[in-house]
Design a binder for this molecule. Sequence first.
Ligand code: CA
Length: 477
Amino acid sequence: MNTTCKHLLLSCLSLLPALLMAEPQTPNIVIILADDIGYGDLSCYGAEKVKTPNCDKLAAGGIRFTDGHSVASVCTPSRYSLITGEYAFRKKGTGIARGIDGLLIDTNKTTLASMLKGAAYTTGVVGKWHLGLGTTPTDYNSEIKPGPLEIGFDSAWLLPATGDRTPCVWVENHRVVNLDPAHPIKLDYDVKRGEPGSFVKGIPRIGGQTGGTAALWDDENLSTVITEKSCAFIDKNKAKPFFLYMATHNIHVPRVPNPKFRGKSDCGVRGDAIVEFDWMVGQVLEKLNSLGLTENTLVILSSDNGGLNDNNGPDAKHGIGDPDATNGHRPNGVLRGTKSTVWEGGTRVPFIARWPAKIKPGTSGALMSQMDLTASLAALTGGKIPAGEARDSENHLAALLGNDTQGREWLIEQSNTGTPFALRHGSWKLMPTGPSKPQIKGTMLFNLAEDLSESKNVAAEHPEKVKEMKAQLERML
Ligand code: CA
């Protein structure tokens, strides 16, 4: 063999792993997205006042990421980015959606769901949507479209916005479930939470609702219904590759855990709602197991934003926390900040991936974003993303499967209040203008490798780093 042939052979051999990886694989994919569960809320992430054995079991059988992120620190923009693979700030009107806002995602957009559908997956969404439905103002008394079915989902069972805003009804595909046409739903978003007209089933909500009484959900059974519908989807589609996006309402307010979970944590109603969430995870894992699907199902568990110690249950005034009842539990562990802030506690969340056939269990410090699931899962399944679509989604499949310790190089963290953006670069974090609550003026720079709690601003000591990161953020916005 001459030297040229040898070199050619060696080049081919070195490409072999990449070629093998490039072979499309179509495991079932289940994304379990919690609502408002923070970095310190699961026992596999250090929680002690609440136990989450099912989440822990999932983590023990897969990869537990310690630097995994939702894209924004509140529901709607976070979910928008997960589904579209684009930063939400690129589209106006992606703040926290009302229950009467129309679909926020353009129907001609490529989404995580449409990409997987194109790769021959059966796709379904069950649970909290909060990305708008129909056209503003949404009419819940007729066919409600466009919605998830128009952006790549084959089926949908939805809680339209959140439990703390109307309408308080389930939507299946294009229709409200159990709606009596003689009693149409009327919503009034001029009604503020706490005003007399805002109470539905005794709980104050944002936006008043009259009519639709027969269709009202039962707050104590939100988790049960979402679990049952998720398991039914898996049952129905067990014979072919499926993608289930299961978005729980737990642990968003109002927290009304089923009575069987009340008092099951040592940190109040908020903790009980986490126990209930863990039960939901356990039911889905058990369903996969009973059908022999565990081995070849990629389960990804994460949360749409960080936690907030608002311990309200149905008996407490909405939004007013009772810190004593939380018994010292810290929703975001050692991280600074909460949901809706640009501190790490806003977007760094539990992030677990399990796929027994391909993933070796362990932990990873790779910088991961939910926004990258579209490109990464396209790389896995052979799904197609047209040029210009999912433009911020990067392929980090190797990191997701634990074959690479390197995730994103750059990541913008988005909040909805005060400072809108922070930028991550490795362990560096830049806040160009400092947060507004509490107000801190000037640029802030943190080295998270030494200071995970963002307690020491080192901007003055690293002017070159600040300059580099400010310039990069400008380029990315
Ligand atoms: Ca949320």
